[in-house]
Ligand binder design. Structure first.
Ligand code: PLP
Length: 274
């Protein structure tokens, strides 16, 4: 197998040689941002939307991306050409940079990685199950590298026989650690509005049309969710994925819902158009 390449500050290096100094704020304080997109048949999906969010996350954390969009795009293209991996996940990480005192922001380092990624076409029918947890993500609108709570909760998820966790803030539904949440109820398709990361997949779903249904951003509670007809999560890797159970209770009839299926079909068509 050919060695995989990584882009560090737009220089291509083999994975084994890809190194960041330990004084970087990402190591010292977990300070950094990232974004993630997939490529299908060599086409990056929604790359402009991901760039918008990446530049915005950097701005919100006071980090400067030392590259304009064209240079960033060229760096992604160069990496893709070198790795020759048509179906993949591309992650661009911007760190807090080397910091002499381990606290002051330095000059950010840009790391771009590419890993094989193939969407599992059986995932939709299998659906997913969630267990709820009272937690509000810090700096929720920014895509930071902070997944402390999510990784810490992995044994909790396992103990509760769930696939993932659904965060709520004292009863107000928010999101999953790596996906946004929707419920379908009373002819409405609803995604929480406040204190969440605005996912690119979520924004595409919010722009869709489904006959006789409205699609809205609105906060709702665990209690509201208990009476939902359908629920699903959205993300760049999961597309539109039915939630069949929450806290051991079936959502609707416990099977992938009709509306969820329609939205996933629309989304699949959208990404296949490129
Ligand atoms: C906290 C959080 N919410 C939602 C999402 C989904 O966003 P997207 O649809 O852009 O992948 C992610 C993606 O990793 C995330 O980290």
């Amino acid at each position: 197998m050919n060695a995989r390449y990584i882009s560090i500050n737009t220089e291509l290096v083999q994975e084994a040689d890809a190194k960041i100094h330990v004084s970087d704020l990402s190591i010292q304080r977990g300070f950094g941002i990232f974004d993630f997109l997939k490529t299908i048949n060599g086409q990056p999906i929604f790359i402009e939307n991901h760039f918008d969010r990446f530049y915005n996350s950097a701005k919100e954390l006071g980090l400067t991306i030392g590259y304009d969009r064209e240079s960033l795009l060229n760096a992604v293209k160069a990496l893709m050409e070198k790795n020759n991996m048509p179906n993949s996940g591309i992650k661009f990480i911007l760190t807090g940079g080397f910091s002499a005192d381990g606290y002051t922001i330095g000059e950010p380092n840009l790391v771009i990685t590419q890993s094989p990624f193939e969407y599992d076409t059986t995932a939709f029918d299998k659906g997913t199950t969630l267990v709820t947890y009272n937690h509000q993500r810090q700096l929720a609108v920014i895509k930071t590298i902070d997944y402390l709570q999510a990784i810490r909760l992995q044994p909790y998820i396992k103990q509760n026989n769930a696939d993932d966790v659904l965060y709520h803030d004292n009863g107000m539904i928010r999101e999953c650690p790596r996906a946004n949440f929707f419920m379908v109820k009373d002819q409405r398709i609803i995604s929480p509005k406040t204190a969440i990361l605005k996912g690119i997949t979520r924004s595409k779903v919010l722009d869709m049309t489904v006959a006789d249904f409205s699609i809205v951003e609105e906060d709702f509670t665990l209690e509201d969710l208990a009476k939902a007809d359908e629920a699903f999560i959205t993300s760049s890797t999961k597309n539109v994925l039915p939630v069949l159970e929450i806290d051991g209770q079936k959502v609707g009839d416990g099977k992938p819902g009709k509306i969820t299926r329609q939205l996933n079909e629309q989304f699949t068509a959208l990404i296949q158009r490129g």
